[in-house]
Design a protein around this ligand. Structure first.
Ligand SMILES: [Zn+2]
Length: 213
């Protein structure tokens, strides 16, 4: 089972990189999704020297949320001790190049999962990402976003880890929260588990998010 976590800010993923960083040998390759098309996106694959679980990081689903994209670029320089780290960035290349949330066809990529290989551009990108994740079977998917800082009474999820399930990853999430308590902005992350219509479970159930934001 894949457990997805949404990180609205770069700070947490940098902490996550710290968790996995080790002075081990580097084994880094790249491959492409939708290769040769205008929607082409690169996946960086970093392997540790020992066998282990896989972690899949997606950044830039919203092209104007640059914190996640910058964090992904930092992560591509990581070395890991064991397992495999996949870093897909930038998911919405056109959006990133033009500093806009949506795709060239003005679709919100994060509302189009699991996608359709024959559909509009966002559906094609979503299908490629979803298919690659299903093929790689990572233990955790981290979907990096950016948001305003969370404030009481405002509908903003910033500084939040949003986990579809804590089953089996509770210790890791706790470690992430601890790592982010003393970093960039002095604003500790909170942890959310999705509930209700807007933030629940399987993307197929409610409008096709890889995660929510
Ligand atoms: Zn976003």
């Amino acid at each position: 089972m894949i457990r997805r976590i949404l990180l609205p800010c770069a700070a947490a993923i940098l902490a996550a990189a710290g968790l996995w960083y080790a002075a081990a040998g580097r084994n880094r390759t790249t491959y492409f999704l939708l290769e040769g098309t205008s929607l082409e996106t690169e996946v960086c694959e970093i392997r540790g020297k020992d066998e282990g679980l896989a972690v899949y990081v997606v950044a830039g689903i919203h092209g104007d949320e640059t914190a996640g994209i910058l964090a992904a670029e930092r992560l591509k320089r990581s070395r890991i001790e064991r397992g495999t780290l996949y870093i897909l960035s930038t998911a919405n290349g056109y959006g990133a190049e033009n500093d806009q949330r949506k795709t060239e066809e003005e679709r919100d990529l994060n509302r189009n999962f699991p996608g359709d290989p024959e559909g509009w551009d966002a559906e094609r990108i979503a299908a490629a990402i979803y298919g690659d994740i299903e093929e790689k079977q990572p233990a955790v998917v981290l979907d990096l976003h950016e948001a305003r800082a969370a404030e009481v009474g405002k509908d903003a999820l910033g500084d939040s880890l949003i986990c579809q399930s804590l089953d089996g990853i509770g210790d890791m999430v706790l470690e992430l929260l601890m790592q982010t308590a003393f970093t960039l902005y002095g604003s500790p992350f909170g942890e959310h588990q999705p509930h209700g219509h807007r933030r629940t479970g399987d993307s197929r159930d409610h409008g096709g998010d890889l995660s929510r934001r």
